[in-house]
Design a protein around this ligand. Structure first.
Ligand code: 0OR
Length: 486
């Protein structure tokens, strides 16, 4: 019964090692052996018509065999395997065509015949590997396997978007399945504290994607007084935080991240509830690439708001303090375009151009571009002052006006707007870390959650792509439009 595994780890490994150019499937490995593995593990898992109600336990060994086999494949081998699995064990197109004909006939007969024909068609439209996937979900560790499988599928789709319609189909199936398994009712909210397990604290530090954790003292501060850290976990993946949200408890809407992730407050300080009126969501990171688009972030923020309201009934303000990743890159591209056109008029007024020229000399655009790429501009106080208005204006446009398929181009903006937040304030020199300067030109945004409006804003944004923004943001956008004559 173990031979597919032997094949994977023994014979196949040897074939792969001998293959020039690295470990890819060679024709021998793609041949009858792989077909046999798929036949034994995928096709065999499909109940035959008479076994429709057969217990899943009957197929458990084949299911485990598939999991072991897949885990034994290298990252380079998996795409080929997935391509074969999805193409050869997907929807049976011939059968669908045949059943469509029968459906048309059944429409002329009674309701019973119609419903039966529809059910047959529905079954035929379901890829054959789906049965195996749902069986894997019942194994211990099976859900985690499927989360990781989807991560592979997403990676594959990124690598070969053009030639992967079957894999795209599998992605849709896995996403639907995972969205059901990971919907709010099945997620457990946990607060992380200094008393949480070392393993959990270490994972929280490793997964932090927005403001990297520098040391144990740093993480101690992030779970200490005036700070909260929450995670969602799932019963099938114990000890694994799926998504992490860091919150600062303040008395006003924060404008600067260094004030939050810097040296204060000391971890041994006692929290004064009277100084807390505001929750600042300053970092959110999902940890499982396979759960992309499952909307865990939206659920988590909503649950945390409820949790905070229970703990601090007088809490009245909820806002993010978010980076603007991609802004500097976008800005540099705009400057390059302007250089080609030989003009500065889309980004700077004549007066601003003159002021900058007085500081950095001639060839303003070329020098500005290089100062932005190297982060050097922040070293000149004068330049920082002169650039404030133009960069804030450009950033407001980047967040509010630049679109991808109608939605905000910037992923962070899109995330908070989808959740129903308002694009509330842009803050100059809000993140002066090298990362903050190089990716966001130091600017950070507050997306504010007015709880009574979030549902309405979210629906408006999703349906019409309307962005609810404050006067500050709209005024900066209007200035940009006037200068660039948009
Ligand atoms: O996975 P999705 O982005 O589709 O949606 P989620 O709600 O599950 O996650 C949203 C996050 C912002 C948490 C996620 O995209 C993420 O971790 N992004 C990288 C870190 C960040 O920009 N905050």
């Amino acid at each position: 019964m173990r031979w597919p595994l032997l094949w994977a780890s023994g014979r196949q490994a040897a074939t792969l090692l001998c293959y020039p150019g690295g470990p890819r499937f060679c024709s021998a490995a793609r041949g009858p052996e792989m077909d046999e593995v798929l036949r034994r593990t995928v096709a065999a898992c499909e109940p035959q018509p008479r076994e429709k109600t057969a217990p899943a336990a009957l197929f458990e060994e084949q299911t485990r065999e598939f999991v072991r086999f897949y885990r034994g494949l290298s990252a380079e081998q998996r795409p080929d395997f997935l391509a074969k699995l999805t193409a050869e064990y997907g929807v049976q197109h011939g059968r669908v065509g045949e059943l469509c004909g029968r459906l048309a006939e059944a429409q002329c007969r009674d309701l019973g015949a119609l419903l039966q024909a529809e059910e047959r068609l529905r079954n035929a439209l379901t890829p054959r590997y789906s049965v195996l996937i749902s069986r894997i979900g019942r194994l211990e560790d099976g859900v985690k396997f499927i989360v990781d499988l989807r991560a592979d599928v997403l990676r594959y789709l990124k690598m070969r978007p053009a030639d992967s319609p079957h894999i795209k189909e599998m992605n849709g199936i896995l996403k639907t399945l995972l969205s059901n398994w990971f919907s709010t009712g099945f997620l457990k909210l946990e607060r992380v504290t200094w008393q949480s397990s070392c393993e959990l604290l270490q994972k929280i530090s490793q997964y932090e994607a927005v403001h990297p954790v520098r040391s144990w003292t740093d993480i101690k501060r992030r779970v200490g007084p005036y700070r909260r850290c929450y995670v969602f976990t799932h019963g099938t993946m114990p000890g694994e935080p799926l998504i992490v949200l860091h919150v600062a408890l303040t008395d006003d809407i924060s404008k600067n991240i260094q004030a939050i992730v810097g040296r204060d407050p000391a971890p041994e300080m006692t929290e004064d509830v009277n100084k807390i009126s505001t929750a600042i969501f300053y970092s959110i990171s999902s940890t499982q690439p396979g759960l992309q688009e499952v909307e865990l972030g939206n659920y988590l923020i909503k649950r945390v708001v409820k949790e905070l309201q229970d703990e601090f009934p007088h809490m009245k303000q909820f806002s993010s303090l978010s980076p603007v990743p991609g802004f500097t890159k976008w800005l540099v591209a705009i400057i390059s375009d302007q250089m080609k056109e030989g003009t500065t008029n889309r980004i700077l007024t004549q007066a601003e151009c003159k002021e900058i020229q007085e500081i950095i000399g001639d060839s303003v655009l070329e020098k500005l571009k290089s100062l932005l790429i190297t982060n050097e501009w922040v070293k000149s106080k004068k330049l920082v002052q002169v650039l404030e208005l133009p960069l804030m204006r450009l950033c407001a446009w980047y967040l509010y006006g630049e679109k991808h398929r109608g939605a905000a181009l910037n992923q962070v903006a899109n995330f908070h707007l989808q959740n129903g937040a308002v694009m509330w304030r842009l803050n100059w020199l809000a993140d002066t870390s090298p990362r903050g300067i190089s990716s966001s030109s130091g600017i950070m945004a507050n997306y504010r959650y007015f709880l009574e409006d979030t549902n309405y804003n979210s629906v408006q944004y999703l349906r019409t792509r309307h962005i609810e923004a404050s006067e500050q943001v709209l005024s900066l956008v209007a200035q940009f439009q006037k200068i660039s004559k948009l």
